[in-house]
Write a protein that binds this ligand. Structure first.
Ligand code: NDP
Length: 455
């Protein structure tokens, strides 16, 4: 028996914290977890899951349009925001219940409370006004939307946190940012019928993706009617009465809106956690510094997920939580492999990507071979939809290995999840070529690209 109340105390019941706590408890550790909002964290409560439900809702607009060319006639479709919110909330409640149940079934004690560190083994459970001790503490507090508070009227805009709970559907939306959240919400609101303006500070949206992906997504978003303003930032947000806002822009122009939305990145949730007192070092961006074993600078304290500023993705947090539990409570030292993480942006059509962009591959490998195709998917012939599918393979010539696959088009994330297995296993371009096409699909184009692009 140790001298501590628990073997593990996890702070934050999101994807990383829950996985770590459940596994640790399964391995016999006396485990507790504290959550100040709702068990499930960003992904389940105010991120991936409700976002994907909104994407599904939004995509019906394209389907109603496309159906006509296939002979369908129906009444004028009407969208009801309140129904979507209520149904989404019910699903999130269900998932929250599943997470709570799974934790309890594994024997994890749940504190519905904020928890802060007092020292390297002591946690203060705020709602219970008491301290508990643990041999190991796991920081899994995630991240939170960042907003530019230097802008006058910054607080008149919402973030993704609030966007999931708007009372009324906004008819005019202005979004700041050009990353995942900005692109996904711009498409969601546009698909649901809003006028949407995206205001991005740089030249190419999705700057961290292959440039052809940025161009293709930009083109598709414009096609669906999103107004994209590049090299532009907010200068001021002004309240105009009756909920209307006017966004003054760096270009000198202004846009009126019912909803202004910050999507300019997320920051690790480390403020006020008492980390300094416990000897936990933070990086410049406030992220907890960790080594490859998710160890912080304090021997008894570990951190996983977005709070560490590594890849801010749910499956990564889950892997990190599992690796921590394996290493510390199952005698099975496990590290997370960050190479070839598949990624998706749920734009309309969506992006799926794995491996190196062409630009990064050139920088890493020198010369690379590139294969591209851009076509109108068959489904869009009768429907008259103009949306196109874009595919790109990046090949390292020396080994002939496919080191990057980038797709924009219907089904791209699903294709990429499968392709990521092959790419991670070191598939070569010849093996792509040797694979029989599956006809008629869009994915067959992946094994039919034969002509190298001239750089
Ligand atoms: P991103 O990092 O994707 O994008 C942030 C955007 O904000 C970038 O376009 C950035 O511009 C811009 N920006 C940053 N600072 C400023 C500023 N001061 N003024 C104006 N613009 C600024 O962050 P998100 O918030 O969209 O998403 C956060 C993370 O959450 C993502 O990195 C991703 O890991 C995760 N996520 C994943 C999703 C998925 O898997 N589908 C969905 C949603 C989120 P620039 O490009 O010039 O730096």
């Amino acid at each position: 028996m140790t001298k501590y109340d628990y073997d593990l105390f996890a702070i934050g019941a999101g994807s990383g914290g829950v996985r770590a706590a459940r596994l640790a408890a399964t391995y016999g550790a006396r485990t507790a977890i504290a959550e100040e909002h709702r068990v499930g964290g960003t992904c389940v409560v105010r991120g991936c899951i409700p976002k994907k439900l909104f994407v599904y809702a939004s995509e019906f607009a394209h389907m109603f349009h496309d159906a006509k060319g296939y002979g369908w006639t129906s009444g004028r479709p009407h969208f009801d925001w309140k129904t979507l919110i209520a149904n989404k909330d019910a699903e999130i409640d269900r998932l929250n219940g599943v997470y709570v149940r799974n934790l309890k079934n594994a024997g994890v004690e749940i504190f519905d409370s904020r928890a802060v560190l007092k020292d390297a083994h002591t946690v203060h459970v705020v709602n219970e006004k008491r301290d508990v001790t643990a041999e190991r503490i796991l920081i899994a507090t995630g991240g939170a939307p960042w907003t530019d508070n230097s802008i006058k009227g910054h607080d008149l805009a919402v973030t993704s946190n609030e966007a999931f709970h708007l009372d009324e559907f906004p008819r005019r939306v202005v979004i700041a940012g050009g990353g995942y959240i900005a692109i996904e919400f711009a498409c969601i609101f546009r698909g649901l019928g809003a006028e949407v303006t995206l205001v991005y500070r740089g030249d190419d949206i999705l700057r961290n993706f292959d440039r052809d992906i940025s161009v293709a997504v930009h083109r598709e978003m414009q096609r669906m009617g999103v107004r994209i303003m590049t090299k532009t930032v907010f200068k001021e947000i002004e309240a105009r009465g009756g909920g209307e806002r006017r966004v003054h822009l760096s270009t000198g122009g202004a846009v009126d809106a019912d909803l202004v939305f910050w999507a300019v990145g997320r920051k690790p949730n480390t403020a006020g956690l008492g980390l300094e007192k416990a000897g936990v070092e933070l990086g410049k961006d406030g992220a907890v510094k960790v080594d490859g074993w998710s160890r912080t600078s304090a021997a008894s304290i570990f951190a996983v997920g977005d709070v560490t500023g590594r890849a801010q993705l749910t499956p990564v947090a889950i892997r990190e939580g599992a690796a921590f539990a394996e290493s510390e409570f199952n005698g099975n030292p496990t590290k997370v492999d960050y190479e070839f993480i598949p990624k998706a942006v749920f734009s309309q059509p969506p992006v799926g990507t794995v491996g190196w962009s062409e630009g990064d591959a050139r920088a890493k490998f020198g010369a690379v071979d590139v294969y591209k195709t851009d076509f109108r998917p068959m489904k869009n012939t009768l429907s008259g939809a103009e949306s196109r599918t874009y595919m790109k393979l990046v090949v390292e010539p020396k080994t002939e290995k496919v080191v990057g696959v980038h797709i924009v088009g219907e089904g791209a994330p699903e294709m990429i999840q499968c392709l990521a297995i092959a790419v991670k296993a070191g598939v070569t371009k010849r093996q792509f070529d040797d694979t029989m096409a599956l006809h008629p699909t869009s994915a067959e184009e992946l094994v039919l690209m034969r002509t190298k692009c001239v750089a």
